[in-house]
Design a protein around this ligand. Structure first.
Ligand SMILES: Nc1ncnc2c1ncn2[C@@H]1O[C@H](COP(=O)(O)OP(=O)(O)OP(=O)(O)O)[C@@H](O)[C@H]1O
Length: 443
C-alpha cells in the first residue's frame, strides 16, 4: 500500500486531468489528507460547503482513483476543519490504544458478516466463523478455511476480527499473509529483533494468517510459526488460517503443524451457485449505489461463474462502462458489449480437452497417453504440464481436472502442479515452452 503522501499525490494528479483548473483549485487543492488507516482515508476540508461538494460530486472519482492506485477499496471520511477532534494528526504519544490495535490488525472494515452473502458453498464456513467470533479460543481452534481463489476466505477471516472489535475495541488482533509472516521473521533475524517479533505475534487475542500454503518449503518459518501457534493455543487465544488446500496437501508442511491444524475445524468454501452469485451482485450494487435491473444481474452472474472477485470486477466494469457511454445499465447494453466488458472470456471456453489436445501435439504424445497411466518421463512430463495448465487457465476444481485425466485423484493434480511450478523456477527451456503453450491457448 502507498503511503499517504504518495497516494494523495497520485489522486491529485488524476483529478487534475479530470476537472477544470478552477474546480481543481477550489475543491482539490484545498483538501488536506490527514490519515490513512484501515483502508479509511480521512480528508480534512475547509468548510461544510466543501464537504457537501465532495460528498455529492467527487466521491465517485475519488473511489476510482484510490482503487486504481492501491487495488484496495478505500473508504473516504470527510471532516470539516475545527469540527472534529480526530482531525489533527495524532502524535504517537496521544494515539488511543485502540488505534494501535486496529492499525496492527489491518482489517478491511468492509469485510464484515453483514456484507457476506450466505450460500450453499460457504454456509458452513460462515457458521463456524460466527461461532469463533462470539467465543474465540473455545470451540474451533484453530479454524481453518480452505478453497479456491476469490471465494471469501479472507473476507470471513476479517469478519471474525471486525466482529470481535465491535464487541470489544481493545481486542488485540493481528492479520498477516503467510508471506508477511515470513518477511517479518526474516527481518527480525537480520535486525536481531526476534524478541520484538515474538512479542508482536504472541501478544494477541486473535491471530489471522492468510494463504498458509506459502509456508511450503520454508523450514525456518514453519519452526517459528510452530512456536507462535503453541504459545497462542496454550493461552487460549484464537487462531484462524486460510489456504487453497487442506493442511495435509500442502507440500513439505511439517507433520507437527499438520496435526496441530487438525485440532480445530477445517472447513471448505466452494464456488457460489447462480442464486448466490446474483445475491452477491445485488448486495454489491446496492452498496455502491449502482442502478441495475435484476435481469441484468442475472445475465452477468450467468456469464461469470468462477469466483466472487471476478464477479465483483465484472460489475465494476459494467458500471464504469455505462458511465462512459452515458447510458443506463440494461441487459442489452451489457450483451452488446460483452467483449469490451471482458464478460465473454468465460473460462469454460477453454476446456481441459483443448489443453490436452494442444499439449499432446506440442510434445508429440497421444491424448490417450495424457489420460493414461504410463510412467515414462516422455509422457509423465507433458501430462503434468497439461494438468498445470488446466489449473492455471481454467476454473476447474482439482477433482474435475483429475477426472478429465482418466479419473486420477486430486492429490495427483496437486503433485503435478507443484512439480511443474518447482521446475519452472530452474528450467528456462520449460518456462519458454509453457509460455508458448499459454499464448497459443489464450489467443
Ligand atoms: N459470500 C460473499 N459475499 C459477499 N462478498 C464476497 C463473498 N465471497 C467473496 N466475496 C468478496 O469477493 C472478494 C474476494 O474474496 P476474498 O478475498 O475473501 O477471497 P479469498 O478466498 O481469500 O481469495 P484468495 O485465495 O485469492 O485470497 C472480496 O471482495 C470479498 O468481499
Amino acid at each position: 500500500m502507498l503511503d499517504l503522501d504518495s497516494l494523495w499525490g497520485t489522486i491529485k494528479a488524476d483529478f487534475e486531468k479530470e476537472v477544470a483548473p478552477t474546480a481543481f483549485n477550489t475543491w482539490i487543492s484545498t483538501a488536506d489528507p490527514v490519515k490513512l488507516t484501515n483502508n479509511r482515508l480521512t480528508i480534512k476540508l475547509p468548510s461544510e460547503l466543501h464537504r457537501d461538494y465532495w460528498q455529492r460530486n467527487l466521491t465517485e472519482p475519488l473511489l476510482e482513483f484510490t482503487y486504481a492506485a492501491t487495488h484496495e477499496d478505500i473508504e473516504p471520511v470527510f471532516v470539516v476543519a475545527g469540527d472534529e477532534p480526530d482531525v489533527a494528526v495524532p502524535s504517537h504519544d496521544d494515539k488511543p490504544v485502540t488505534h494501535h490495535v486496529r492499525q496492527d490488525a489491518k482489517l478491511n472494515p468492509k469485510y464484515t458478516f453483514d456484507t457476506f452473502v450466505i450460500g450453499k458453498g460457504n454456509q458452513m464456513a460462515h457458521a463456524a466463523a460466527l461461532v469463533v467470533s462470539e467465543e474465540p479460543g473455545v470451540m474451533y481452534n484453530p479454524l481453518f478455511f480452505y478453497g479456491g481463489v476469490g471465494l471469501g476466505k479472507t473476507h470471513l477471516m476479517h469478519a471474525i476480527g471486525n466482529k470481535m472489535l465491535v464487541d470489544d475495541a481493545d481486542t488485540k488482533i493481528k492479520y498477516v499473509t503467510s508471506e508477511a509472516f515470513t518477511n517479518d521473521f526474516i527481518t527480525a533475524i537480520q535486525s536481531k529483533t526476534q524478541e520484538q517479533f515474538r512479542e508482536e505475534y504472541r501478544n494477541v487475542d486473535l491471530l489471522l494468517v492468510d494463504d498458509i500454503q506459502f509456508f511450503a518449503d520454508k523450514e525456518g518459518t514453519q519452526e517459528e510459526f510452530f512456536h507462535t501457534f503453541n504459545a497462542l493455543y496454550d493461552d487460549g487465544k484464537q487462531i484462524v488460517l486460510t489456504s487453497d488446500r487442506l493442511p495435509n496437501e500442502i507440500p513439505k508442511l511439517q507433520d507437527r503443524l499438520v496435526s496441530r491444524f487438525a485440532w480445530g475445524l477445517s472447513v471448505d468454501i466452494t464456488p457460489p451457485d447462480l442464486e448466490t452469485r446474483i445475491a452477491i451482485l445485488r448486495n454489491k450494487a446496492n452498496a455502491d449505489h449502482i442502478d441495475i435491473p435484476d435481469e441484468t444481474l442475472g445475465y452477468i452472474a450467468s456469464h461469470i461463474d468462477s469466483n466472487v472477485r471476478e464477479l465483483e470486477g465484472a460489475l465494476s466494469r459494467v458500471h464504469a462502462y455505462s458511465k462512459l457511454v452515458h447510458a443506463p445499465i440494461t441487459t442489452e447494453l451489457v450483451a452488446n458489449s460483452l467483449k469490451s466488458l471482458k464478460l465473454d472470456q468465460h473460462s469454460s471456453e477453454l476446456t481441459i480437452g483443448v489443453i490436452q489436445e494442444k499439449v499432446a501435439k506440442f510434445y508429440h504424445v497421444s491424448q490417450a497417453d495424457l489420460k493414461g497411466k504410463k510412467r515414462m518421463k516422455a509422457i509423465v512430463m507433458p501430462r503434468q504440464i497439461a494438468m498445470y495448465l488446466a489449473r492455471e487457465l481454467t476454473d476447474s476444481s482439482l477433482p474435475k481436472i483429475g477426472n478429465e485425466f482418466g479419473g486420477k485423484d486430486h492429490t495427483t493434480v496437486i503433485h503435478a502442479c507443484d512439480k511443474i511450478a518447482d521446475a519452472l523456477k530452474v528450467n528456462a527451456e520449460l518456462r519458454s515452452e509453457i509460455e508458448t503453450l499459454k499464448t497459443e491457448l489464450t489467443r
